[in-house]
Write a protein that binds this ligand. Structure first.
Ligand code: KG4
Ligand code: ZN
Length: 356
Protein backbone atom coordinates (compact mmCIF):
# COMPACT_ATOMS: atom_id res chain seq x y z
CA UNK A 1 0.00 0.00 0.00
CA UNK A 2 1.35 3.41 -0.92
CA UNK A 3 2.13 5.27 2.31
CA UNK A 4 2.88 8.98 2.67
CA UNK A 5 5.03 9.94 5.67
CA UNK A 6 4.92 13.42 7.21
CA UNK A 7 7.60 14.49 9.71
CA UNK A 8 7.45 17.89 11.41
CA UNK A 9 8.22 17.08 15.04
CA UNK A 10 11.27 19.37 15.37
CA UNK A 11 13.32 21.29 12.82
CA UNK A 12 13.20 19.06 9.74
CA UNK A 13 10.22 19.35 7.38
CA UNK A 14 10.06 16.04 5.52
CA UNK A 15 7.73 14.03 3.29
CA UNK A 16 8.29 10.56 1.83
CA UNK A 17 6.49 7.87 -0.11
CA UNK A 18 7.06 4.24 0.89
CA UNK A 19 5.50 1.13 -0.65
CA UNK A 20 6.03 -2.46 0.53
CA UNK A 21 8.90 -1.27 2.73
CA UNK A 22 10.72 0.45 -0.17
CA UNK A 23 11.43 4.18 -0.28
CA UNK A 24 10.03 5.60 -3.54
CA UNK A 25 11.08 9.15 -2.84
CA UNK A 26 11.76 11.58 -0.01
CA UNK A 27 12.03 15.35 0.22
CA UNK A 28 13.40 17.23 3.20
CA UNK A 29 13.97 20.82 4.18
CA UNK A 30 16.33 21.23 7.11
CA UNK A 31 15.87 24.38 9.17
CA UNK A 32 19.22 23.87 10.90
CA UNK A 33 20.78 27.01 9.40
CA UNK A 34 17.83 29.15 10.56
CA UNK A 35 18.12 28.02 14.20
CA UNK A 36 21.88 27.68 14.32
CA UNK A 37 22.56 31.31 15.31
CA UNK A 38 20.15 30.98 18.29
CA UNK A 39 22.06 27.96 19.66
CA UNK A 40 18.95 25.74 19.57
CA UNK A 41 15.56 25.28 17.93
CA UNK A 42 13.20 28.26 18.32
CA UNK A 43 9.79 26.49 18.47
CA UNK A 44 7.59 29.23 16.98
CA UNK A 45 9.99 29.82 14.12
CA UNK A 46 10.12 26.08 13.46
CA UNK A 47 6.29 25.80 13.28
CA UNK A 48 6.13 28.71 10.85
CA UNK A 49 8.80 27.18 8.62
CA UNK A 50 6.90 23.86 8.51
CA UNK A 51 3.79 25.76 7.44
CA UNK A 52 5.70 27.51 4.66
CA UNK A 53 7.61 24.45 3.39
CA UNK A 54 5.06 21.60 3.47
CA UNK A 55 3.11 22.73 0.38
CA UNK A 56 6.10 23.12 -1.95
CA UNK A 57 7.63 19.85 -0.67
CA UNK A 58 4.37 17.99 -1.42
CA UNK A 59 4.50 19.20 -5.05
CA UNK A 60 8.17 18.25 -5.29
CA UNK A 61 7.55 14.74 -3.91
CA UNK A 62 4.80 14.05 -6.45
CA UNK A 63 6.90 15.36 -9.34
CA UNK A 64 9.92 13.41 -8.19
CA UNK A 65 8.10 10.05 -7.77
CA UNK A 66 5.59 10.46 -10.60
CA UNK A 67 2.84 9.12 -8.30
CA UNK A 68 -0.66 10.62 -8.11
CA UNK A 69 -2.26 11.75 -4.84
CA UNK A 70 -5.25 9.37 -5.35
CA UNK A 71 -2.85 6.40 -5.17
CA UNK A 72 -1.92 7.22 -1.55
CA UNK A 73 -3.75 4.75 0.72
CA UNK A 74 -2.09 5.70 4.00
CA UNK A 75 -1.31 9.16 5.38
CA UNK A 76 1.15 8.54 8.22
CA UNK A 77 2.15 11.47 10.41
CA UNK A 78 4.56 11.89 13.32
CA UNK A 79 2.15 12.67 16.19
CA UNK A 80 4.77 13.00 18.96
CA UNK A 81 6.71 13.34 21.08
CA UNK A 82 7.92 16.63 19.65
CA UNK A 83 7.44 20.39 19.70
CA UNK A 84 3.69 20.89 19.99
CA UNK A 85 3.30 23.74 17.49
CA UNK A 86 5.42 21.86 14.94
CA UNK A 87 3.42 18.65 15.34
CA UNK A 88 0.15 20.56 14.92
CA UNK A 89 1.27 21.83 11.51
CA UNK A 90 2.03 18.28 10.33
CA UNK A 91 -1.19 16.90 11.80
CA UNK A 92 -3.29 19.60 10.14
CA UNK A 93 -1.66 18.81 6.79
CA UNK A 94 -2.17 15.06 7.31
CA UNK A 95 -5.80 15.36 8.32
CA UNK A 96 -6.61 17.58 5.34
CA UNK A 97 -4.95 15.13 2.94
CA UNK A 98 -6.54 12.02 4.44
CA UNK A 99 -9.94 13.71 4.32
CA UNK A 100 -9.47 14.90 0.75
CA UNK A 101 -8.00 11.61 -0.53
CA UNK A 102 -10.19 9.29 1.54
CA UNK A 103 -7.05 7.51 2.78
CA UNK A 104 -6.29 5.99 6.17
CA UNK A 105 -4.88 8.39 8.78
CA UNK A 106 -2.17 6.78 10.95
CA UNK A 107 -0.51 8.70 13.77
CA UNK A 108 3.03 7.44 14.33
CA UNK A 109 5.11 7.50 17.51
CA UNK A 110 8.28 9.31 16.37
CA UNK A 111 10.42 7.15 18.70
CA UNK A 112 9.04 3.84 17.43
CA UNK A 113 9.63 5.11 13.88
CA UNK A 114 13.33 5.76 14.71
CA UNK A 115 13.66 2.22 16.07
CA UNK A 116 12.04 0.58 13.04
CA UNK A 117 13.81 2.81 10.47
CA UNK A 118 16.67 0.32 9.85
CA UNK A 119 13.95 -2.10 8.62
CA UNK A 120 13.93 -0.04 5.41
CA UNK A 121 17.44 -1.34 4.72
CA UNK A 122 17.72 -4.68 6.52
CA UNK A 123 15.44 -7.37 7.84
CA UNK A 124 14.63 -6.82 11.51
CA UNK A 125 14.31 -9.84 13.78
CA UNK A 126 12.36 -9.94 17.03
CA UNK A 127 12.53 -9.98 19.95
CA UNK A 128 15.09 -7.21 19.81
CA UNK A 129 16.59 -4.65 22.16
CA UNK A 130 16.35 -1.12 20.79
CA UNK A 131 18.82 1.55 21.92
CA UNK A 132 17.37 4.90 20.92
CA UNK A 133 19.81 7.80 21.24
CA UNK A 134 18.55 11.14 19.97
CA UNK A 135 18.46 14.84 20.83
CA UNK A 136 15.49 14.42 23.16
CA UNK A 137 15.67 10.76 24.22
CA UNK A 138 18.04 8.08 25.41
CA UNK A 139 16.14 4.86 26.02
CA UNK A 140 16.37 1.09 25.86
CA UNK A 141 13.32 -0.81 24.61
CA UNK A 142 12.35 -4.43 24.40
CA UNK A 143 10.70 -4.86 20.99
CA UNK A 144 8.70 -8.08 20.63
CA UNK A 145 7.26 -7.24 17.22
CA UNK A 146 7.05 -4.14 15.02
CA UNK A 147 3.95 -3.10 16.98
CA UNK A 148 5.00 -4.20 20.48
CA UNK A 149 7.43 -1.91 22.36
CA UNK A 150 8.23 -2.00 26.08
CA UNK A 151 10.40 0.71 27.69
CA UNK A 152 13.14 -0.87 29.84
CA UNK A 153 15.18 2.22 30.69
CA UNK A 154 15.41 5.92 29.92
CA UNK A 155 17.40 9.01 30.79
CA UNK A 156 16.50 10.62 34.09
CA UNK A 157 17.71 14.04 32.91
CA UNK A 158 19.57 15.02 29.71
CA UNK A 159 19.52 12.90 26.56
CA UNK A 160 22.89 11.90 25.06
CA UNK A 161 22.28 14.16 22.04
CA UNK A 162 21.51 17.06 24.38
CA UNK A 163 24.81 16.45 26.20
CA UNK A 164 26.62 16.58 22.84
CA UNK A 165 24.78 19.76 21.82
CA UNK A 166 25.34 21.55 25.15
CA UNK A 167 29.01 20.62 25.11
CA UNK A 168 29.26 21.95 21.56
CA UNK A 169 27.57 25.14 22.64
CA UNK A 170 30.10 25.62 25.46
CA UNK A 171 32.82 25.27 22.82
CA UNK A 172 31.04 27.89 20.67
CA UNK A 173 30.31 25.37 17.91
CA UNK A 174 27.21 25.73 15.71
CA UNK A 175 23.93 24.00 16.64
CA UNK A 176 23.35 21.03 16.54
CA UNK A 177 26.88 20.34 17.65
CA UNK A 178 27.02 16.52 17.91
CA UNK A 179 28.29 16.16 14.38
CA UNK A 180 31.14 18.66 14.99
CA UNK A 181 32.26 16.89 18.18
CA UNK A 182 32.19 13.65 16.18
CA UNK A 183 34.30 15.10 13.37
CA UNK A 184 36.81 16.72 15.74
CA UNK A 185 37.16 13.39 17.63
CA UNK A 186 38.77 11.90 14.54
CA UNK A 187 41.90 14.08 15.01
CA UNK A 188 43.12 12.66 18.36
CA UNK A 189 42.76 9.44 20.35
CA UNK A 190 40.59 9.66 23.49
CA UNK A 191 41.88 9.81 27.05
CA UNK A 192 39.64 7.27 28.87
CA UNK A 193 40.27 8.97 32.23
CA UNK A 194 39.36 12.52 31.25
CA UNK A 195 35.59 12.24 31.96
CA UNK A 196 33.39 10.07 34.20
CA UNK A 197 31.03 7.28 33.02
CA UNK A 198 27.89 8.44 34.83
CA UNK A 199 25.16 6.55 36.69
CA UNK A 200 26.48 3.02 36.41
CA UNK A 201 26.62 2.07 40.09
CA UNK A 202 23.13 0.55 40.11
CA UNK A 203 21.35 -2.42 38.54
CA UNK A 204 18.90 -0.56 36.32
CA UNK A 205 18.87 0.39 32.62
CA UNK A 206 18.29 4.12 33.13
CA UNK A 207 20.77 6.82 32.14
CA UNK A 208 21.83 10.19 33.52
CA UNK A 209 24.01 12.43 31.39
CA UNK A 210 23.73 15.71 33.29
CA UNK A 211 26.79 14.94 35.48
CA UNK A 212 28.94 14.19 32.44
CA UNK A 213 27.71 17.34 30.73
CA UNK A 214 28.60 19.39 33.83
CA UNK A 215 32.06 17.76 34.05
CA UNK A 216 32.64 18.69 30.40
CA UNK A 217 31.38 22.26 30.81
CA UNK A 218 33.60 22.71 33.92
CA UNK A 219 36.58 21.37 31.96
CA UNK A 220 35.91 23.88 29.19
CA UNK A 221 35.60 26.72 31.75
CA UNK A 222 38.96 25.73 33.20
CA UNK A 223 40.48 25.70 29.68
CA UNK A 224 39.03 28.75 27.90
CA UNK A 225 41.60 28.31 25.11
CA UNK A 226 39.42 25.41 23.85
CA UNK A 227 36.54 27.73 22.95
CA UNK A 228 36.23 28.89 19.34
CA UNK A 229 36.06 32.66 18.82
CA UNK A 230 32.96 32.28 16.67
CA UNK A 231 30.78 29.36 15.47
CA UNK A 232 31.59 30.59 11.95
CA UNK A 233 35.16 29.29 12.44
CA UNK A 234 33.86 25.70 12.33
CA UNK A 235 33.82 25.43 8.54
CA UNK A 236 33.90 22.05 6.75
CA UNK A 237 37.70 22.21 6.43
CA UNK A 238 38.35 23.52 9.99
CA UNK A 239 40.96 21.36 11.69
CA UNK A 240 40.89 21.40 15.53
CA UNK A 241 44.15 21.50 17.46
CA UNK A 242 45.31 18.39 19.35
CA UNK A 243 43.94 19.61 22.71
CA UNK A 244 40.42 20.33 21.40
CA UNK A 245 40.33 17.08 19.41
CA UNK A 246 41.32 15.08 22.50
CA UNK A 247 38.62 16.70 24.64
CA UNK A 248 36.03 15.87 21.95
CA UNK A 249 37.14 12.26 21.51
CA UNK A 250 37.35 11.70 25.29
CA UNK A 251 33.83 13.09 25.73
CA UNK A 252 32.50 10.94 22.85
CA UNK A 253 34.13 7.89 24.40
CA UNK A 254 32.57 8.61 27.82
CA UNK A 255 29.10 8.78 26.20
CA UNK A 256 29.70 5.67 24.06
CA UNK A 257 31.10 3.63 26.99
CA UNK A 258 28.12 4.55 29.17
CA UNK A 259 25.63 3.50 26.49
CA UNK A 260 27.53 0.28 25.80
CA UNK A 261 27.72 -0.70 29.49
CA UNK A 262 23.94 -0.33 29.91
CA UNK A 263 23.25 -2.11 26.64
CA UNK A 264 25.46 -5.02 27.73
CA UNK A 265 23.48 -5.14 30.98
CA UNK A 266 20.20 -5.20 29.02
CA UNK A 267 21.44 -8.10 26.87
CA UNK A 268 22.47 -10.06 29.98
CA UNK A 269 19.19 -9.34 31.81
CA UNK A 270 16.91 -10.14 28.85
CA UNK A 271 18.89 -12.85 27.03
CA UNK A 272 17.97 -11.07 23.75
CA UNK A 273 20.69 -11.18 21.07
CA UNK A 274 19.13 -8.89 18.40
CA UNK A 275 20.07 -5.23 18.91
CA UNK A 276 18.87 -2.17 17.00
CA UNK A 277 20.70 1.15 17.35
CA UNK A 278 18.65 4.21 16.34
CA UNK A 279 18.30 8.02 16.56
CA UNK A 280 20.50 10.96 15.57
CA UNK A 281 23.39 10.01 17.89
CA UNK A 282 23.47 6.57 16.20
CA UNK A 283 25.42 8.45 13.50
CA UNK A 284 28.30 8.96 15.96
CA UNK A 285 31.47 7.15 14.85
CA UNK A 286 32.76 6.37 18.34
CA UNK A 287 29.38 4.92 19.38
CA UNK A 288 29.10 2.84 16.21
CA UNK A 289 32.60 1.51 16.75
CA UNK A 290 32.09 0.63 20.45
CA UNK A 291 28.72 -1.00 19.85
CA UNK A 292 30.15 -3.02 16.96
CA UNK A 293 32.90 -4.26 19.32
CA UNK A 294 30.27 -5.21 21.91
CA UNK A 295 28.33 -7.09 19.23
CA UNK A 296 31.45 -9.05 18.26
CA UNK A 297 32.29 -9.84 21.91
CA UNK A 298 28.76 -10.99 22.78
CA UNK A 299 27.91 -12.49 19.38
CA UNK A 300 24.96 -10.12 18.91
CA UNK A 301 23.04 -9.49 15.70
CA UNK A 302 23.49 -5.72 15.50
CA UNK A 303 21.41 -3.55 13.17
CA UNK A 304 22.60 0.03 12.64
CA UNK A 305 20.78 2.36 10.24
CA UNK A 306 22.66 4.14 7.44
CA UNK A 307 23.43 7.80 8.20
CA UNK A 308 20.36 9.23 6.43
CA UNK A 309 18.01 7.07 8.48
CA UNK A 310 19.62 8.00 11.83
CA UNK A 311 18.38 11.58 11.95
CA UNK A 312 14.78 12.77 11.54
CA UNK A 313 13.23 11.77 8.22
CA UNK A 314 9.80 11.02 6.76
CA UNK A 315 10.62 7.60 5.29
CA UNK A 316 10.64 6.09 8.78
CA UNK A 317 7.21 7.63 9.43
CA UNK A 318 5.76 6.31 6.14
CA UNK A 319 7.28 2.87 6.84
CA UNK A 320 5.92 2.70 10.40
CA UNK A 321 2.53 3.86 9.08
CA UNK A 322 2.53 1.07 6.49
CA UNK A 323 3.30 -1.52 9.18
CA UNK A 324 0.54 -0.22 11.49
CA UNK A 325 -2.03 0.02 8.68
CA UNK A 326 -1.02 -3.52 7.66
CA UNK A 327 -2.28 -4.59 11.10
CA UNK A 328 -5.51 -2.65 10.53
CA UNK A 329 -4.44 0.09 12.96
CA UNK A 330 -5.35 3.71 12.24
CA UNK A 331 -6.74 6.91 13.78
CA UNK A 332 -9.81 9.07 13.37
CA UNK A 333 -9.64 12.78 12.56
CA UNK A 334 -9.55 13.38 16.32
CA UNK A 335 -5.91 12.25 16.45
CA UNK A 336 -4.01 14.39 18.96
CA UNK A 337 -0.42 15.65 19.03
CA UNK A 338 1.75 14.61 22.00
CA UNK A 339 4.31 17.15 23.24
CA UNK A 340 7.81 16.28 24.48
CA UNK A 341 7.92 14.76 27.93
CA UNK A 342 4.56 13.01 27.60
CA UNK A 343 3.93 9.36 26.80
CA UNK A 344 2.45 8.66 23.38
CA UNK A 345 -0.72 6.61 23.98
CA UNK A 346 -1.47 3.40 22.06
CA UNK A 347 -4.90 4.66 20.99
CA UNK A 348 -5.33 3.07 17.56
CA UNK A 349 -8.69 2.13 16.11
CA UNK A 350 -8.81 -1.30 14.47
CA UNK A 351 -10.24 -1.90 11.02
CA UNK A 352 -12.36 -4.99 10.56
CA UNK A 353 -10.47 -7.55 8.42
CA UNK A 354 -12.73 -7.30 5.35
CA UNK A 355 -12.60 -3.48 5.46
CA UNK A 356 -8.86 -3.45 4.65
O1 KG4 B 1 17.02 11.86 16.15
P1 KG4 B 1 17.40 13.27 15.88
O2 KG4 B 1 17.63 13.69 14.45
O3 KG4 B 1 16.34 14.28 16.43
C1 KG4 B 1 15.61 14.04 17.60
O4 KG4 B 1 14.55 13.38 17.49
O5 KG4 B 1 16.13 14.46 18.66
O6 KG4 B 1 18.70 13.55 16.76
C2 KG4 B 1 19.34 14.80 16.78
C3 KG4 B 1 20.53 14.70 17.71
C4 KG4 B 1 21.19 16.04 17.98
O7 KG4 B 1 21.41 16.15 19.37
C5 KG4 B 1 22.52 15.94 17.22
O8 KG4 B 1 23.57 16.69 17.78
C6 KG4 B 1 22.81 14.45 17.36
O9 KG4 B 1 21.54 13.85 17.15
N1 KG4 B 1 23.76 13.97 16.35
C7 KG4 B 1 24.98 13.49 16.66
C8 KG4 B 1 25.61 13.14 15.44
N2 KG4 B 1 24.74 13.44 14.41
C9 KG4 B 1 23.60 13.94 15.00
N3 KG4 B 1 25.58 13.34 17.85
C10 KG4 B 1 26.84 12.81 17.86
N4 KG4 B 1 27.49 12.47 16.72
C11 KG4 B 1 26.92 12.61 15.50
N5 KG4 B 1 27.58 12.25 14.39
ZN1 ZN C 1 14.05 12.14 16.09
Amino acid sequence: MLSLGIETSCDETALALVEEGQILGEVLFSQVDKHSIFGGVVPEMASREHLIKLGPLWGKLLRHTGRRPEEIRIVAVARGPGLLGCLLVGLGFAKGLSLGLGSLLVGVNHLHAHLLAPGLEQKLEFPALGLLVSGGHTSIYRIDSSVDFKLLGRTLDDAAGEAFDKTARALNLPYPGGIYIDRFSGYAPPDPDMFPRPYLDNKNLDFSFSGLKTAMVNHIRAHPELVLKSPLEATADYRPNEQLARVCSSFSLAVADTLVIKLRRAVRQSGIQNVILAGGVAANSMLRDRISRLARDMDLRLIMPGMKLCTDNASMIAYCGEILAGQGLHHSLELEAVPRGQNVPWDYLKLKKNAR
